[in-house]
Ligand binder design. Structure first.
Ligand code: NAD
Length: 459
């Protein structure tokens, strides 16, 4: 039997006991996990820097998010699971609606948030009463393994959470397995299509796929926006974490009346970014995840260079770091938004100028990409902001601020269309998707009368 198959069999057995464990115990395990992560923050930050190239401030933010997921889902689960809800109905009948685990959830995560996304999926599936087979990205198994060991220490039984490292082939074997009760996936749109196809052709229960995928995230800046604020927010959104956030800004639309001035300011700020070893407090931008990712971004930049589109190219670090997988921040000026046809997952900011009279056409061009993950709007005109929000069904819209760093429970995160299925991670509708609904209707009069009415009549 393959490793993937054995893991599914173990977890199917583990589900029997875990699904019957009271929600209070499951929620308490997540809270213990949150405490453990806070206690072991230094170790986790080191692992995040060494394995995933995360800067120290990105590491702190990621641990914060992972802790928030645990506490938020624990609190939500207590309200949703357990005794269930009494539904209205006729006298002599009790109708109780409740949620329960679905079975074995396969959780497949990307490398760019190896702790927070990995754990967010796993924590939600577990607290909803599912057993989990967790497959991290092949680039970041160590952070994920650390998280799994800590969850076991926090009280999750070993057969309720089974760790299966490996690449896409392992992921495909897991999602094609007959025991799958649901899949939580975060990664590229291409992989989500592959998983969707595998689930569709599988003969067996029809199960949910929760997919969070990529985006060509835009920001619109009109002539009323405050230039200094735009500059800060563009640089943070496009270059922080070396542009390796799904929420990162890829394409900024600048109203032509202010565009030259803004580009000059953004370029000046980008020049100040310190590239280097992510373990140093002075570093703003670390390496990209691996050589394949670097070459992918560089091949896009070389195409742009041939077309004479590169406006600014930062410098990669030399000396001892010269062999590292660094890509310096770049600014690419396009003639038309349609020239950017795919998500370039790195520190590359694309810029297009627009005329005020073409505002609606610009909104149409954003909608036409089919993605809908994050969107930024910089304007001091409320009616403009409303026009944008009404026209575009993007998952997370940020007004007069940067577009990254969604906060669990405050800014539930996730997109639509090519960017994902929803429900949003860290939001009030998330846990329900991991659960089965059940209604139990009891004829309470069968025992000789409606006991509750009799009880009331005696009062
Ligand atoms: P990826 O799709 O290459 O890999 C993601 C995971 O899927 C990995 O664990 C991989 O091993 C696995 N996988 C690959 N092929 C598979 C298959 N056929 N069946 C099952 N599993 C398979 O993505 P990546 O490069 O790791 O991550 C970057 C992408 O993730 C970007 O597109 C980014 O936008 C997206 N992302 C989205 C969100 C979000 O919340 N919307 C968050 C983070 C990253």
């Amino acid at each position: 039997m393959s490793l993937a198959s054995s893991a599914m069999v173990v977890a199917a057995k583990g589900f029997e006991a875990w699904s019957r464990t009271p929600v209070e115990t499951r929620a308490a395990a997540l809270e213990k996990m949150a405490d453990l992560m806070e206690a072991k923050r230094d170790r986790l930050m080191t692992l995040l820097a060494v394995e995933a190239g995360k800067t120290l401030s990105d590491g702190i933010a990621e641990i914060r998010e992972a802790v928030d997921f645990c506490r938020y889902y624990a609190a939500e689960a207590r309200g949703l699971f357990g005794e269930g809800r009494l539904m209205p109905g006729p006298t002599g009948e009790e109708n109780r609606y409740r949620l329960r685990g679905r079975g074995v959830f396969v959780c497949i995560s990307p490398w760019n948030f190896p702790l927070a996304i990995f754990l967010g999926q796993v924590a939600a599936a577990l607290v909803a009463g599912n057993a989990v087979v967790a497959k991290p990205a092949e680039q970041t198994p160590l952070v994920a393994f650390e998280a799994v060991k800590m969850l076991h220490e926090a009280g999750v039984p070993e057969d309720a959470l089974v760790f299966v490292p490996g690449d896409g082939r392992v992921g495909a074997a897991l999602t094609g397995h007959p025991h799958v009760g649901g899949v939580a996936f975060t990664g590229s749109t291409e992989t989500a299509w592959a998983i969707n196809g595998a689930l569709a052709t599988k003969r067996g229960p029809i199960v949910p796929l929760i997919a969070e995928t990529g985006g060509i995230n835009a920001m619109l800046v009109d002539a009323t926006a405050l230039p200094e604020q735009v500059c800060d927010d563009v640089v943070t959104s496009a270059f922080r974490s070396a542009g390796q956030r799904c929420s990162a800004l890829r394409l900024v639309y600048l109203q032509e009346d202010v565009a030259d001035h803004l580009i000059e300011m953004i370029e000046g700020a980008a020049k100040e970014l310190e590239l280097g070893d992510p373990r140093l407090t002075t570093t703003d931008v670390g390496p990209v995840i691996d050589a394949e990712a670097r070459d992918n971004i560089l091949s896009h930049l070389s195409q742009m260079d041939k077309l004479g589109r590169i406006k600014f190219a930062g410098k990669v670090p030399g000396g001892a770091l010269s062999g590292g997988t660094y890509v310096a921040p770049h600014i690419v000026v396009l003639d038309r938004p349609e020239d950017l046809t795919r998500e370039v997952f790195g520190p590359v900011l694309h810029v297009v100028r627009y005329k005020a009279k073409d505002f609606d056409a610009m909104l149409d061009s954003i909608a036409a990409t089919g993605y809908g993950l994050t969107l930024g709007v910089h304007s001091r005109i409320d009616a403009t902001v409303k026009r944008v929000v009404d026209r575009l069904s993007v998952g997370n819209v940020y007004v007069n601020r940067n577009t990254i760093g969604a906060v669990v429970g405050t800014q539930p995160f996730g997109g639509s269309g090519l960017s994902g299925t929803g429900p949003k991670a860290g939001g009030p509708a998330y846990l329900q998707r991991f659960a089965l609904e059940q209604v139990v209707s009891i004829n309470t009069a069968a025992s000789g009368g409606n006991a509750s009415l009799l009880a009331h009549s005696g009062e």
